[in-house]
Design a protein around this ligand. Sequence first.
Ligand code: HEM
Length: 474
Amino acid sequence: MVDYTSAKQDKIDLKGPRLPFIAQTPLIVARPLEFLDNCAKKYGDSFILPLGVFKNRQIAFFSKPETLQQIFTASPERFEWGKMTYVFRPLTGSQSLIMLEGKKHEAVRRLLMNRLHGKQMYNYGQTIIDLTLAEIARFQVGSTVAIRDCMADISLDIILRVVFGINPGQRYSQLKTLIKPFLERVNSPLNSVQFFFSFLQQDWGKWSPWGKFLRDRQQIDRLIYAEIAERRQQKDLGDDILSLLLSIEADLGQPLNDEQLRDQLMTLLLLGHETTASALSWVFYWVHQDPAVLTRLKAELANTDLDPIAIAKLPYLNAVCQETLRINPIALISQPRLVKDAIELDGNIFSKGSILIPCIYLAHRRRETYPNPESFDPDRFIERKFSPYEYLPFGGGDRSCIGKGISNYQMKLVLATVLSQYRLELSPKHPVKPVRRGVTIVPSGDCKMIVKERLAKSDRQLKTKQLERVSLMG
Ligand code: HEM
């Protein structure tokens, strides 16, 4: 096998738009799906853009499963990561998992993954159902609800309870009240620009955008550090993620200090909250835009009480959630890889400084893999198993999403719980299309739905019992 690691020059036989990345940025930011669809139509599975005007470096997009496999299985040492995730640093801090590289990244990742997977995760099921019931108890028949907003509330509650382990009370309410508008601002088109350009990061007082961001962050940090300090004093820790992180001697030679804990909590909040809320909004949209899908799903759910383990195993529900993340992957791309040691992909050599982008959206729209890719067809996932290079809503390789298990679980439980209580319909006044929100793609207009009916079933009894439990927990 030829070793290309020291190659100084690119040798690339791929085509792409002539204008450099910087000149295409407005289009990529404003209409990313159109940009990707057009490029795939013109240039195929892989295409390149010049990175800058003068430097002879490329930014390359890939979506063919064989090429994605090559990228995802390449040693992480060949890429530089921190330079690609710098935009998140003011939010997550420098100790965050996404800022780390090499052995340190591996160790913190293992630590967090252990807490977010398997048996551990199943313990959170009942809490997820209870929090959903508490949130939707306010639905009124005949009213219009903004599903994305409602899902964002549920997801935030779940993170505060399951990840931070904070019990309802003053600190919980304060954090919730601060975090919601904080994340809204961070994701707004105007404010998100400041994370990309350090010269915009100037504290000109509390009315300036960066000044406001710093002050809000400081208030949230104060509450998080107070929670960490209080929990360090407790003998009996719970089974939430923070407790588990506090109770172990980390694989790093010493326990995590307060700053490391804070940074991991902020990372899980930032990467886990919006993504899961958006995925849930899409699943509500797709289930309700095709009556046949809804009828089949309801028939499957009718045989199951709100038992989290049983719900998680339902095959059609699983297929519906998978197809939702195929047709509307929340993140369009896996993390860009900045090449450190030249790499050969499909006969092309990318030397140091090139940027490789595995494109989730285009991989999910390949006709060869998914016939009729624009149609929503959960049966694809009943009839076939797709490889991790064909189906990759959570990215791939050493940096793939660590929240995959819990967010899949949450999608199923929240959808099943809401469908057991209400009949909803998409609002004809608010047609839905995909729009960008921060780095994710969400349904436009917050996915408005009309509450048509409160379902009268023995579920009412169940609901009352569960609401009692929520108030006991609180
Ligand atoms: C449907 C919901 C979600 C989607 C679609 C999603 C998607 C992704 C994607 C595409 C990546 C980048 C992977 C790559 O570069 O190949 C990622 C990374 C990550 N996600 Fe998620 N995510 C979701 C939910 C969550 C949740 C609930 C959490 C945590 C509670 C989480 C935590 C993370 C973290 C920490 C990383 C960075 C991993 C690393 O750098 O090693 N995500 N996610």
